[in-house]
Design a protein around this ligand. Sequence first.
Ligand code: NAP
Ligand code: GDD
Length: 329
Amino acid sequence: MSKYEPMTRKALITGITGQDGSYLADFLLEQGYEVVGMIRRSSTLNFERIAHIQDKLTLVPGDLLDEVSMINILKEHRPHEVYNLAAQSFVQTSWGQPVLTGETTALGVTRVLDAIRTVDPEIRLYQASSSEMFGKVQEVPQKESTPFYPRSPYGVAKVYGHWITINYRESYGLHASSGILFNHESPRRGLEFVTRKISYAVAKIKLGLQDKLALGNLDAQRDWGYAQDYVMAMWLMLQQDQPQDFVIATGETHSVREFCETAFSYLDLDYKDYVIMDERFMRPAEVDLLVGDPSNAEKTLGWKRKVGFQELVSMMVQADYDTLSSQIK
Ligand code: NAP
Ligand code: GDD
């Protein structure tokens, strides 16, 4: 562990209303941090994931599309650490909105980096890079040195974000690190992502609220971990003396079909009776197989995931089943 221990540690999280932002806020509050969350203006509030800690957070308006807002937040709140988790994060949407995805997920990172450089270059930055950058994989398993071959506008935008982070580190000496995180899921995962789409549908089918589940490519393979395990790795990266990029993964891969089998069988159902193929959920270019090698993070950061595949799937199905059951009572 580094000697870096500011008196009152203050962290800014962009994307605090998202899955990872909410778990990271939980974690940092437990560590005694003062947590500032940047939220973008919307006509309705979407604080479901942070409702349980809202009174402990300082929420400030800002947007990755607007550098002025970020400069002002940094000037006013003077965080020691910034976690840039905000992004247009849904791969499928990135083909329909490639320019917005580039503005947010790619150029947004430059805005964050430049705001830090301008206001206080001592601020440490975590950038949310992604295994989607490996795309059409050039090596199995993927590690920090594996070349990128992104297969979606989202993946391309993340490659930009990754390299601009390295560039600002090398150009200006910023303590900026990227976590190349493989897919991580939880009961707080957005409903459009395949794992939550499946767990939610399984619960609804069991309760008689839905008949079928329409999916795209069942053969895609992913290295799925638990989001709560992964946010700790983000924090560990910023506690190192030297900034560095790390792959964070479980080292195991499973197909979407296997996820279905496991999720349906948890509630004594057979996925073959319910899952149907729907072309609408197929992608113009697919990432067929992701599996990461987390050995560098395990060795250098002392990080290790706790939750395995079976436990993750059960946790998600059980959580959706409990929530839906209580709603229909
Ligand atoms: P998420 O649930 O989709 O959350 C995304 C967050 O970004 C939300 O808080 C969203 O705010 C915010 N946001 C979007 N556009 C913004 C903008 N223009 N300005 C400010 N905030 C904006 O994503 P996640 O799963 O927590 O992922 C967190 C980060 O890790 C993302 O950068 C994602 O690309 C990356 N990542 C995720 C995974 C994974 O498997 N989960 C793996 C690798 C990398 P609203 O609530 O207002 O929409
Ligand atoms: N969403 C979705 N919906 N995906 C489906 C469906 C469906 O109905 N049917 C099959 N899939 C397949 C997709 O084609 C993809 O191969 C796989 O399931 C996973 O899709 P998502 O859950 O949408 O995640 P992702 O892998 O595309 O992207 C997630 O992980 C990245 C890290 O590798 C996101 O969290 C990204 O933000 C993240 O960077």
